[in-house]
Design a protein. Structure first.
Length: 314
């Protein structure tokens, strides 16, 4: 089973959450299966949606897929779908094609019809509610089995880990996100910080906040937590935002639950129903430690390490 989650804000300021859960089986070089997609829109200004006169709704789709695998190269094609009826869903969908690669516990897929890519994370352990169950539908077709892989504890966490995402948001703007995590573990205690950069570019138009085709936001989060075996918990304790005309400087402090790969080169972090994979970089001179920060503002505005407003997809 593979997971992908993306959060952003649409042009009307609504929170948009896309969650996919892929179920795949391999027979020789052929792969087949399906993925469940739940698209949720939530009003952040207390305005009701016309379609259901409520503050939010979810559209659910099960998409059947087939493809092939050659070494680490993957090709997947959507071959059909079933949409859950609802007042906010006309049932229309466009079928897509993907090509990408497998690497360790991730599968990176590029979309053939439009610019963008997504990285699926292989779920480390079976169990827990399925996406279909959470929206009140049948769990899965018979014969679809889970796959799990062995976890062995790695050594202490030290070094620089990175995460990147390139996508196209609901307004059609190109969005690039980059995070660089600096972490050190001693006696089971984990401390450090991460720098988050978001670049948003608009082709053929400008942003109202700066009158330009592009803007960038930067923020540094300090984190601390603990690790037991391959399990880890990290909490954001404070942040510092680089001032800019397109940043309201509001963030929400999050807590992450995660696991450490047996190699120690990957960290899998989850917050709510979302997740991300951090990859360790080769050793090199470290960035200076974060400067002292004042008391954190009251939680408000966007989320920290995952899709939210105006630059955070978590």
């Amino acid at each position: 089973m593979w997971d992908w989650v993306f959060r952003t804000n649409d042009e009307q300021g609504n929170l948009r959450v896309e969650q996919e859960e892929w179920h795949l089986t391999q027979r020789g070089s052929r792969i087949e299966g399906y993925y469940d997609l739940a698209l949720t829109l939530l009003s952040l200004d207390d305005h009701l949606f016309r379609c259901n006169q409520q503050l939010g709704f979810t559209k659910f789709t099960r998409v059947r897929v087939a493809g092939s695998i050659d070494g680490a190269e993957v090709r997947v094609e959507e071959v059909g779908y079933d949409a859950k009826p609802g007042p906010c869903d006309d049932g229309a969908r466009l079928l897509n094609q993907y090509h990408g690669e497998l690497k360790d516990s991730t599968m990176r897929l590029e979309w053939a019809q439009r610019p963008g890519e997504q990285t699926l994370l292989r779920r480390p352990r079976p169990g827990g509610p399925r996406l279909a169950e959470m929206v009140g539908l049948e769990d899965r077709p018979a014969g679809m089995a889970d796959e799990a892989y062995d976890h062995r504890s790695a050594g202490p966490i030290h070094g620089v880990f990175t995460w990147e995402l390139r996508s196209v948001d609901a307004e059609g703007d190109e969005r690039r996100e980059h995070e660089e995590w600096h972490l050190d573990e001693e006696g089971g205690e984990v401390r450090g910080y991460y720098d988050r950069q978001v670049v948003r570019a608009r082709e053929g138009g400008t942003f109202a906040c700066n009158g330009e085709h592009r803007y960038e936001t930067r923020v540094r989060f300090e984190v601390e937590g603990h690790r037991t075996g391959d399990a880890m918990v990290l909490s954001e304790t404070r942040y510092r935002v680089e001032p800019g005309p397109c940043d309201n400087r509001l963030r929400r402090l999050d807590t992450y639950h995660g696991s450490v790969a047996a190699s120690g080169r990957e960290l899998v972090l989850s917050w709510g129903s979302a997740n991300q994979v951090l990859r360790r970089q080769p050793d090199e001179p470290r960035s200076p430690p974060p400067p002292p920060a004042g008391p954190s503002p009251a939680p408000a505005g966007e989320g920290s390490g995952a899709p939210s407003p105006p630059d955070h997809p978590r």
